[in-house]
Design a protein around this ligand. Structure first.
Ligand SMILES: Nc1ncnc2c1ncn2[C@@H]1O[C@H](COP(=O)(O)OP(=O)(O)OP(=O)(O)O)[C@@H](O)[C@H]1O
Ligand SMILES: [Mg+2]
Length: 260
């Protein structure tokens, strides 16, 4: 069967997800009518979170009202909504995002994971910033100032090192999965759903011989990021360095006395 040209697969997935939630809620309501206990919402707290905020978010999910919140973005695997300083990700299927993000919590380059709700939603910290893709787009149109930290690339590599040290092969790091924090200019990897666990052999090798014993540049994560990290974003960090350099030169010479 041919798919009509204007059908967006993400929209279709979102509709299916909504339909599933509506159905689940209808079943819950029927069970309540029959005096049978409705399936309990499973909430697991990972990092301290205000209980009022948590209860409110859980009630939105239970009542199928999460859609009313502002949509931060959506991808192939789920939709992310905004509430206060939280980002709430609702996955289309049971994915491993939360489980992986929990294991990466000691890295400063991932959002804080607050709570996991059932097996398809979780609450994390909201990044105040832009995805690399959006940043790049706005910079090209000169609509925003450069706010990337001059050491962005080193930090990004440090993030990759963190992930590998914590036992994961980073993957799927395209420009919508990495954000740039507005106030610090540093990278935050917001989507770790496709990271895969390193083999026991690789983990052992890292433990014994250190991170450099693994060629992280040859694995998927770096490859998918390589294009933009070596290209566009780097261009802006260089530009920033160049600006700083020119400022230094200007400061060094007293140009006020120059005869033009
Ligand atoms: N913690 C966050 N803070 C702010 N915005 C976020 C956060 N997490 C996700 N987003 C926004 O939501 C979008 C979609 O999120 P995410 O990449 O996790 O979804 P996905 O469906 O897993 O994506 P993919 O298509 O890469 O699998 C991101 O590109 C980003 O714009
Ligand atoms: Mg994504």
């Amino acid at each position: 069967m041919q798919t009509p040209k204007n059908w967006n697969t993400n929209e279709i997935k979102l509709d299916v997800q909504r339909f599933k939630m509506d159905l689940e809620n209808a079943v819950k309501r029927e069970l309540i009518k029959k005096n049978e206990p409705a399936p309990k919402t499973d909430v697991r707290i990972v990092n301290p979170i205000d209980s009022e905020d948590l209860n409110y978010i859980v009630s939105l999910i239970e009542n199928n009202e999460i859609w009313n919140l502002e949509l931060l973005g959506k991808g192939a695997c789920g939709s992310v909504y905004s509430y206060k300083n939280y980002a709430i990700k609702i996955l289309f299927n049971q994915e491993k995002d939360a489980e992986i993000m929990e294991k990466l919590q000691s890295s400063k380059y991932v959002p804080t994971l607050y709570a996991v709700i059932n097996d398809n939603s979780f609450i994390m910290s909201k990044v105040d910033g832009l995805t690399v893709k959006k940043y790049d787009m706005l910079r090209k149109k000169d609509e925003i100032e450069n706010f990337i930290h001059p050491a962005f690339k080193d930090m990004f590599n440090e993030a990759l090192d963190d992930f590998v040290t914590l036992g994961f092969q980073p993957y799927d790091l395209h420009t919508d999965n990495v954000m740039i924090d507005r106030s610090t200019g540093t990278p935050v990897v917001i989507d770790v759903g496709f990271f895969t666990e390193l083999t026991d052999y690789t983990k052992m090798k890292i433990k014994e011989d250190g991170i450099n014993s693994v060629d992280i540049y040859s694995i998927g994560g770096y490859c998918s990021a390589k294009g933009w990290i070596e290209g566009t974003v780097e261009k802006y960090t260089l530009l920033r360095n160049l600006q700083l350099e020119s400022e230094k030169i200007l400061n060094k010479y007293d140009l006020s006395k120059a005869i033009i």
